[in-house]
Design a protein around this ligand. Structure first.
Ligand SMILES: Cc1cc2nc3c(=O)[nH]c(=O)nc-3n(C[C@H](O)[C@H](O)[C@H](O)COP(=O)(O)OP(=O)(O)OC[C@H]3O[C@@H](n4cnc5c(N)ncnc54)[C@H](O)[C@@H]3O)c2cc1C
Length: 458
């Protein structure tokens, strides 16, 4: 296929480096990633996607799939290849029975929440409204509703996928069930998802967002009490501990600027008045420095963090590991490691799992084993290129040190820069990885879709 053939059949926008929109379109969330594709195909429908895939395949171009552009390793953009930009395909439709949402492959969580919440429904997304549905869901999807509704990928009922050979196939429990299984955690390895069908669930009009902020100097004691509270908390409570530094921002009292803190961010999936009572103990574990708790609609909760993580500004290296446990010794090791962080823009978090996430059998989805009780994510953020090496080295050193407390697996949506020959295999474990390889051989034997948390066909 020539470029003229592609232009003649393409309904969306084809951007080459001479196009005025090109430099904006190639920006991804991690400001450290600066790549120039040969062509950006901003698709309008499945036929556009199939044409872009065929053009890339026939012309030997590497493919990057861009949905929300949030992948921290920068997989959404490639150097010299074809970037398939899904951002125009962001429609969301509900079935009138309010059981399902049909979501196009380039939608963000905001697109979904704004379509479902007015009808008192939601499907579990992530913590930021502008993250892409596709990237987040295909590798799992961990958010505020996980205790009651599981991971985002647990809620995929079906998907339509453009394969490497250009065919459009449907994956459901009845048709191409192996593909549906693989899409639930196996990443963007199998084709371009143009439509998802998600289960949607009732949500309260207002929910409780609980966010007491304690001084990091008290973290060992506070996290130990948080762990005990979370062990007994009902499934409606989903939360994490967030380490950060109060920025010099008028939104915070001036006397707190520069203080290192831990926030116990928590959402209660249920009526706000009940949530307020249930989460109150978290606000009384010590004397909070600040407390941002309040009752609010789900869509507000879903966008609370958006301004903290602007697109393309900062340089980032985020890497996770699942923890076997969170006893007091492990807490001390974590806080000691984090006290050595180099940038005050850096975040780190400890996420609690349980409830609906752990009720899904390990072999039911490609996400695999759910037995990990906690995840530690080390999210280094800094501003100057000269600081790249030191910040990345800090994460890698601490991550390596934490392996003594790890289950040996990681969350592939926080994969560093995806480096390491065995990173993906280790993250899935041998059995799941081999099963994924078999699906990859069936749907993408030539590994056309390889700019991702890659599963090798052989
Ligand atoms: C600020 C920030 C906050 C985050 N918060 C959370 C969180 O709360 N919970 C959580 O679980 N994760 C979170 N993440 C991680 C996030 O899930 C991953 O970065 C994910 O890759 C983002 O999805 P995206 O569509 O925006 O990514 P993109 O960068 O657009 O895509 C990433 C990859 O996904 C695949 N992909 C994208 N679209 C498609 C498609 N239509 N078909 C097939 N494959 C596709 C491709 O392999 C692509 O390379 C966060 C990341 C950031 C930067």
């Amino acid at each position: 296929m020539t470029i003229d053939d592609l232009r003649s059949r393409f309904r969306g926008d084809l951007l080459d480096p001479a196009n005025p929109g090109f430099d904006t379109a190639r920006v991804v969330w991690n400001g450290m990633i600066d790549r120039r594709p040969k062509l950006i195909a901003r698709c309008r429908n499945a036929a556009d996607v199939a044409a872009a895939v065929a053009f890339a395949r026939e012309n030997g171009l590497v493919i990057a799939i861009h949905s929300g552009g949030h992948n921290v390793a920068g997989y959404a953009v490639c150097e010299g290849g074809m970037m398939i930009d899904m951002s125009l395909m962001n429609g969301v439709r509900l079935d009138p029975g309010l059981k399902r949402a049909y979501v196009e492959g380039g939608a963000t969580w905001r697109d979904v929440d704004m379509a479902t919440a007015p009808f008192g429904r939601a499907t579990p997304g992530g913590l930021i409204s502008v993250t892409g549905v596709a990237g987040l869901t295909l590798s799992g999807g961990i958010g505020w509703l996980r205790g009651t509704r599981g991971l985002s990928c647990d809620n995929i009922e079906a998907a339509d996928v453009v394969l490497a050979d250009g065919r459009l196939v449907h994956a459901s429990a009845d048709k191409n069930a192996d593909l549906l299984w693989a899409l639930k955690g196996g990443g963007g390895n199998f084709g371009v998802v143009v439509n998802f069908t998600f289960s949607i669930h009732p949500i309260a009009e207002e929910m409780m967002f609980c966010a007491p902020i304690y001084r990091e100097s008290e973290a060992n004691d506070i996290i130990s009490k948080w762990r005990d509270y979370m062990a007994a908390a009902p499934d409606e409570v989903s939360g994490l501990v967030e380490f950060s530094t109060i920025p010099e921002d008028p939104a915070y009292p001036k006397e707190t600027w520069g203080t290192r803190v831990v926030a116990l961010a928590t959402v209660y999936d249920g009526a706000a008045e009940i949530g307020e009572k249930v989460t109150m103990p978290l606000r009384e574990l010590g004397t909070p420095l600040l407390d941002f708790s309040g009752r609010m609609p789900y869509t507000v909760i879903q966008s609370l963090y958006d301004t903290i993580f602007p697109k393309g500004r900062d340089r980032c290296y985020w890497k996770s590991t699942y923890l076997k446990a969170l006893d007091d010794g492990i807490i001390r090791d974590i806080t000691a490691g984090l006290s050595k962080r180099l940038s005050e823009m850096t975040y780190a978090s400890i996420w609690k799992f349980g409830g609906a996430v752990q009720r899904v059998p390990a072999d039911a989805t490609a996400f695999g084993d759910r037995s990990m009780p906690f995840m530690l994510s080390l999210d280094a953020i800094w501003s100057k290129p000269a600081e790249d090496e030191r910040n990345i080295a800090w994460v890698r050193d601490m991550w390596r040190d934490m392996q003594r407390h790890s289950t040996g697996r990681m969350y592939l949506n926080f994969p560093g820069l995806g480096e390491g020959d065995t990173l993906v295999r280790d993250a899935f474990g041998v059995d799941t990885y081999q099963r994924l390889q078999a699906v990859k051989r069936r749907y993408d034997p030539q590994n056309l879709f390889r700019l991702n948390q890659n599963i090798l066909p052989q």
